[in-house]
Design a protein around this ligand. Structure first.
Ligand code: HEM
Length: 137
């Protein structure tokens, strides 16, 4: 991840938070359309879940310049997710729903460079999370 990638992610995130409730709604709608089997893993109120997601993504976006702080938090989060019934393959579906949400939420502001930056960052982060949660002991 280059400094330019981090700037693109942080700039686009600043736009996403102006429509954060809409973005969270779009994200879960897309996620459940891509894989309806994921829906029953969510047992609580989806509005408050949306807020938790946006808060966590905000923390991640703001920590991209401090990976030594971000990595242990992401690893711990991934281990908690095992208890929610989340499987390694779900991370790709979540990544696809996230990119779709950014594209539809940001419109023309979502350039190819911004897409590449998010795709690479999510790919790296989700790999760290999967390694922490599913690697053989
Ligand atoms: C970067 C990736 C992800 C982030 C930032 C994220 C964020 C969160 C947050 C903040 C929570 C609240 C509870 C907690 O912190 O432990 C949560 C819960 C949850 N997440 Fe994620 N998540 C991610 C990936 C995933 C994936 C891949 C799935 C698979 C479908 C998933 C499904 C769930 C479920 C089922 C819950 C529990 C909902 C409930 O209690 O009803 N998450 N997530």
């Amino acid at each position: 991840m280059t400094p330019q990638h981090i700037t693109l992610i942080q700039q686009s995130w600043a736009e996403v938070i102006t429509i954060q409730d809409t973005a969270a709604g779009l994200f879960y709608q897309r996620l459940f359309a891509l894989d309806p089997a994921i829906r029953p893993l969510f047992t609580g109120d989806m509005q408050s879940q949306g807020k938790k997601l946006m808060q966590a993504l905000g923390f991640i976006v703001n920590s991209l310049t401090r990976l030594e702080e971000l990595v242990p938090v992401a690893q711990e989060m991934a281990r908690r997710h095992v208890g929610y019934g989340v499987e390694a393959a779900h991370y790709d579906t979540v990544g696809a729903a996230l990119l779709w949400t950014l594209e539809h939420g940001l419109g023309s502001g979502f350039t190819n460079d911004t897409r590449d930056a998010w795709a690479e960052a999510y790919g790296t982060l989700s790999q760290v999370m999967k390694d922490a949660a599913y690697a053989p002991a």
